[in-house]
Ligand binder design. Structure first.
Ligand code: ADP
Ligand code: MG
Length: 597
């Protein structure tokens, strides 16, 4: 035994440090992250970032923050040196972005580092670190704040240098980080220079203004970005979210910040999507910047080297609150739009000649609101008298828009509907006239929404003759096992086949889902939402599969029934968020052909 050669050696501290540095600093972007954190923590009001060659040849960050004294500057670049915490308990009350005391030492281990800093009225000191050895601090003139200069990144770790991308790609990554850091600090002015040119200037602004400035290419308009907030005990939420009229087909702009730090948290991103489900079609994603402010005791950032992931103790409530805040905001906003358009319509009607014809005997033919009297120019009531529509849109249209002498108008026949169906257009749209408007109703979206509504009202489950077995990932398996009751409430009965919860059997399904078992299984395999979200997305999936499709011919009776249900909807959007119809008012049509109203 004693003769065996010793194989384990203690690493040279400088080598060890270079290895450890790789965890924190993997590319220039990580340096930008760490230096901006430090400048923000130092209470700066302006911060400038200079990059050369994507930061590979040089990075400089200049701030006007509190600075460091001669004593501080002589140790700040050493391992585990920080002014931000003292005891382990401090970790749970931390309000600063930094706390590990390893950024500057890691940077020093993998580049040529120079720190120039001034504390209050003291002289400015400079220290340079090369190959683990410091030169300084020595006095060097006077400038407010701190400047950190980094040259020749990874000169000491050529292996890592090889993994760097092109200077353009590294610049883009740095800029992305720069923007993320700046978004939650609109009170700080930021500038980003690349190869000597000012690439992005973010003057002090309010929160929405900062977002608009940070993404000039997006041409955001403050009209489309709304700020909504919610405070719930030990956390508060502020959301800057977009109007459903603007959206993207990726999730780039659904960003989650916890205590001003951007994090990756798929479940909270999903919360935003759930909030928008009834307003945005599948595959369309909103712009939404979620800022969560939470008691530091309830959040642990110390689980990821780049602090990109967190443990949130109130995760579920936050998730729920995000969904509700967005839904509430969108619903209020939508109601406002409807009210506005009604206001326009009303004012138009009231300015019209008062009604002269007595319609009181015919009230039963109209299911109009009692306060509303059709004006002498109202044709919709005359149209209800035409027996069966001949589906000739052009002729019908001609008739509709040919003013008739009201004295010749027959008294309308009794009709069970308060609208008139004119037929189908392009195999997709149901053409409907109601009161002062023409509605082009998307038959698929409409049917989908109606099924969705009916599903939400009744569910009957039936056992399958042969249960269907399927696999899921571990996460989904756990999710199913905690939401078995929610599935059961929807008529879906599931049983685990294996102990690790990765194999399941589908045992019973509601009638309406019998022909689409496979879609239901796919749905279960992907869903990880809360009970309400499961319900909403499942109904959306089923109603979409079961609904009348584009191009399907439907008979008048079916069309009329569908239309009457659809026109009663409080929220005329399909379960995926698409609008169900396009409404064109008579006023708009008249205006389009320059006809006097
Ligand atoms: P941490 O930020 O985790 O404390 P760092 O290695 O990033 O660790 O920085 C070490 C210390 O150096 C900080 O705690 C802070 O006191 C000081 N420091 C770093 N950058 C600045 C700066 N720009 N302005 C003032 N002090 C700074
Ligand atoms: Mg730091």
């Amino acid at each position: 035994m004693g003769n065996r050669p010793q194989r384990i050696r203690e690493l040279d501290p400088y080598v060890a440090q270079r290895i450890a540095a790789g965890e924190v600093i993997d590319r220039p972007q990580a340096i930008i992250r760490e230096l901006l954190d430090n400048s923000i923590d130092a209470g700066s009001t302006t911060i400038d970032v200079y990059l050369e060659q994507g930061g590979i040849s040089s990075i400089k960050v200049i701030d006007d923050g509190i600075g460091m004294s001669q004593d501080d500057i002589s140790i700040c670049y050493k391992s585990h040196t920080t002014s931000k915490i003292t005891t382990i308990d401090d970790l749970y009350s931390i309000r600063t972005l930094g706390f590990r005391g390893e950024a500057l030492s890691s940077i020093a281990a993998c580049s040529k580092l120079r720190i120039i800093s001034t504390y209050e009225k003291e002289p400015t000191y400079t220290v340079s670190i090369l190959d683990g050895k410091a030169e300084g601090p020595y006095e060097s003139g006077h400038a407010k704040g701190t400047t950190i200069e980094i040259n020749d990144l990874f000169y000491s770790i050529p292996g890592r240098r090889k993994f760097l991308k092109s200077p353009q790609a590294e610049t883009a990554a740095c800029k992305k980080m720069f923007i993320e850091k700046s978004l939650m600090y609109p009170e700080i002015q930021f500038r980003f220079f690349s190869n000597g040119n000012l690439n992005l200037f973010l003057p002090k602004n309010h929160q929405v203004g900062r977002i608009i400035d940070a993404y000039p290419a997006r041409k955001f308009n403050s009209v489309f970005l709304h700020t909504v907030g919610e405070s719930a005990g030990d956390f508060s939420l502020r959301l800057i979210c977009s109007d459903p009229s603007i959206y993207r087909n990726d999730r780039t702009y659904i960003q989650i910040y916890v205590n001003n730090r951007r994090i990756d948290d798929y479940s909270l991103v999903q919360a935003v999507q759930y909030g928008y489900t009834e307003y945005l079609p599948g595959g369309c994603f909103p712009y939404c910047f979620v800022s969560i402010n939470i008691d530091p005791e309830l959040v642990d950032f110390n689980i990821h080297p780049a602090k990109r992931e967190v443990k949130l103790r109130r995760g579920k409530e936050i998730h729920h609150q995000i969904v509700e805040t967005i839904k509430h905001f969108l619903y209020q906003d939508h109601k406002k739009v409807i009210q506005d358009s009604q206001a326009v319509q009303k004012s138009w009607n009231f300015s019209d000649t008062p009604v002269t014809r007595d319609i009181s005997n015919n009230q039963q033919s109209f299911s109009t609101k009692p306060t509303y009297h059709p004006s002498s120019r109202d044709f919709s009531y005359q149209r209800t008298s035409i027996p069966s529509p001949n589906h000739n849109w052009i002729n019908e249209a001609k008739e509709i828009f040919t003013p008739q002498d009201k004295t010749q108008v027959e008294i309308p026949e009794r009709s069970s509907y308060d609208f008139f169906y004119h037929g189908q257009l392009f195999g997709v749209f149901l053409i409907v006239e109601k009161e002062e408007s023409l509605f082009l109703i998307d038959q698929h979206a409409a049917h989908e929404k109606v099924i969705y509504k009916e599903l939400s009202e009744h569910v009957h489950s039936q056992p399958l003759l042969v249960p269907i077995e399927f696999d899921v990932t571990e996460d989904v398996g756990r999710h199913i096992s905690t939401h078995l009751e929610s599935y059961q409430a929807l008529g879906i009965r599931l049983e685990p086949v294996s102990e690790n919860l990765r194999n399941w059997e589908l045992i019973a399904l509601p009638n309406y889902a019998r022909s689409i078992e496979q879609d239901i299984i796919t749905f279960i395999q992907e869903e990880v939402g809360s009970p309400e979200e499961i319900t909403r997305s499942l109904f959306a999936t089923i109603s979409c599969r079961a609904a009348i499709k584009e191009g399907d011919v439907i008979d008048d009776q079916t069309a009329n029934e569908l239309i009457s249900k659809v026109l009663e909807l409080e929220l005329p959007r399909c379960p995926h968020g698409r609008p169900v119809w396009k409404e064109i008012t008579r006023e708009e049509l008249y205006r389009a052909v320059r006809r006097l109203i």
